[in-house]
Each structure stands twice: as C-alpha cells, then as structure tokens.
Design a protein around this ligand. Structure first.
Ligand SMILES: [Zn+2]
Length: 372
C-alpha cells in the first residue's frame, strides 16, 4: 500500500513545497520548515495481531558483551527474521533545547526517550553514507536507523572542560544512552559555516566527531535556499560547505542535506560540481519528509533523494505530528515485513523469498533469499 502511494506522496509533497516557495514564504528561523506534511499516507493496512517475538528477543546472541564474535557461525536468516529489503527510518533532528520554538525542536528528554525506544526496539545507528552505499553492518536480528542533525547548532555538540561531551547535548545524550544499551553510537551531522556555535572550540568539536566515527555532511556554508540561486552560486555554496569540514579534518564529504529541503533548478549542481578550486561529489542527498527510506537494496531506493522523518511524538490533537517519528516507528513495528532486519552478514542481502520482487537487480549477486 505504501509502495503504491509513494509516488503520489512525493508528488504532493513536491507540489505543496512548490506552492510555498512561489508564495515567497519566509524560512522558519530554525530550518527546513518549507517542507510539506504528507497529505496522505498508507495507513489503510489494519494493524496486525502481534504474534511476533519482541524485537529484542530476536537479536542474536553474538551481540552479548564478552563473546568473541569472530568465533560465531553465520546466523540463520530465518531464525532472526532477516529482511534486508525492509525500510529504514532516517530521523531528522534540528535543535535539542529545553524550550522548543517549533515542531523542528526537541527537548533533551524527548531525544533521550526516542533513543531509549529505538535501542530497546532493536535499532542500531548507521550513517547516511553507510545507508547510501549499502554498507550496513549491524548485528543479526537488529535494524538500522539513521540519526541526522541539521544546522550544527550549539546544543548538538559541545565539550565540557574535561573534554567529555556536554551532558545535555545531542552527542552527550546519544553517547550515554548508547553505552547503557551496549550500542555503538553514530550519527550524521550536516554542518554550516561557524559550526556548533562557532566558538573557539568549533574545530576541536569537528575533529572529535570525525575521530569518533560520526559523519560530517554538507548543509551549505550559509544555509541559503538553493531554489532561488543560479547554478554558479549553488556550486559556490556547496563547495564552501565542503571546505567548512575539510579545512579542519581529513574527511570525505559525500552526502548533502538540502537547506529547507529545497532543490536548485536545475538539480545537477547539487549532485556534483566545483567552485573556487574545491570539488564536491554527493553520493546521497537528503530530503525533508516524509516516510521511511526504502532499503538500499530495494528497487525503490534512490540515494539522491532519501526521505527523512521529522522527530516528533504522536499527538492526536496535533495534525503536525501525524506522519512524524512516533507514527512511523509504530507503523514499522506493526508488520515485520516493513522493517529492515539484518542477518548479521554485511556481504549478503538476506530476505524472505516471497519478497524477492522488491530487490534491485543490481544487487542480484549478493542476494540470499530464504524460505520461511
Ligand atoms: Zn537546515
């Protein structure tokens, strides 16, 4: 049902975004509010009776601390309910603040609660670059989730005097909750000029994030609305965005989050280009809204248009909360065929044979269908 509606959804989101852009709508102070809510979604499916084991119980033992993973035989995909053609939630965060000013903000408590849910439900974080490349190395029986942060605001990453991540920052909270769940923390940060408050320690923060395995991605230098710029200025903004990162760390910047979710016209300069002697090549481009991403091994996947889900609790009185993160995480939980579940072998693409029509033929050689 979702698959059938997806093109309509994309069209609707695009149309509403276009109307907003044509109306000269001023960008919200924080970010990305130009994106439309999905006007319709695939919820005609009845929730199914929960006969499945809880996700935590399906996680293979190899993830237990203290075991030598190298000695473990490959998992049986059927045993862990592997479905590497299932969907992957790519969550979108902006500011993490005590007093949210818009639906794009979350409190530290909200963020902590969402991470607790994700890890308890068997999700394990990967980066956008890993999703785009189909390099998904999470334990058997777990599911990938991508945590993305736009705008490199102060509350996302800051260091205490002793060099540890400040407690109520996004990285501080992620580090703490991940450790409690024996999960390897990671996320993708989309940075602008003067990142993380632009203080004296901005370069140290960038370097630390890179050293700890976080992805640093392009969000342009000055957060301009690319839809209104000539191609040369688009290229200049994107090349300068890369330099914000590569002037400080030896990192490859391979993914882009479009400011306000808006494409330049034409789109090509968003993908690759060069300005002021700096070349860029984005293997993945992130959108704003609205549903979970197809598996990178699915025929529906387009790395240059990866949908993201805004992080927000479901509130029956708030239409803005429909089709945000709590809604979609519930939706993915309702039917195990919807969600990506790993088989623990990153080289193999395992899935129930009856879902084979979802496979992108480009990944045929890695395919491992199994009967259930
Ligand atoms: Zn932004």
């Amino acid at each position: 049902m979702l698959r059938a509606l997806a093109p309509l959804l994309v069209l609707l989101v695009g149309l509403v975004g276009l109307v907003a852009a044509c109306a000269g709508e001023a960008p919200a102070p924080d970010d990305d509010a130009g994106a439309a809510e999905p006007a319709a979604t695939a919820d005609a499916d009845e929730p199914e009776a929960s006969t499945e084991e809880e996700p935590d119980e399906r996680i293979a033992d190899r993830d237990e601390p203290g075991e030598d993973e190298a000695d473990e035989p490959p998992s049986d995909p059927a045993e862990v309910g592997a479905n590497e053609l299932g969907m992957v939630p790519v969550l979108m965060y902006h500011r993490i603040v005590e007093d949210p000013a818009s639906v794009y903000d979350r409190t530290p408590e909200d963020f902590r609660a969402e991470l607790e849910r994700l890890f308890a439900d068997g999700y394990r974080p990967i980066t956008v670059a890993e999703l785009a490349a189909g390099e998904i190395d999470v334990p058997a029986g777990t599911s990938p989730v991508v945590l993305t942060f736009d705008d490199s605001t102060r509350e996302q990453a800051a260091l205490d005097d002793d060099g540890s991540w400040a407690a109520d920052t996004a990285v501080g909270i992620l580090t703490e909750v991940a450790e409690a769940h024996d999960v390897e923390p990671t996320a993708s940060f989309y940075v602008n000029a003067d990142p993380f408050g632009g203080g004296a320690d901005a370069e140290t923060i960038l370097a630390r994030l890179h050293d700890e395995g976080y992805e640093l991605g392009n969000h342009t230098a000055n957060h301009r609305d690319l839809s209104g710029l000539p191609s040369e200025e688009v290229a200049a903004e994107l090349a300068a965005g890369v330099s914000v990162i590569t002037d400080v760390v030896d990192a490859e910047v391979t993914t882009l989050s479009l400011p306000l979710g808006r494409w330049p016209d034409p789109r090509e300069p968003a993908y690759a280009g060069e300005a002021d002697g700096v070349a860029y090549d984005h293997e993945a481009v992130l959108l704003v809204g609205a549903d979970p991403s197809p598996s990178p091994f699915s025929a529906d996947f387009d790395a240059r248009a990866i949908p993201r889900i805004r992080s927000q609790a479901l509130d029956p009185d708030d239409p803005e909360s429909q089709f945000a993160s709590e809604f979609w995480l519930d939706w993915l939980e309702e039917d195990p065929d919807r969600r990506y579940v790993a088989d623990g072998d990153p080289e193999r693409v395992a899935f129930p044979a009856d879902l084979a029509e979802r496979l992108d033929p480009a990944h045929e050689a890695r395919a491992h269908p199994y009967e259930r």
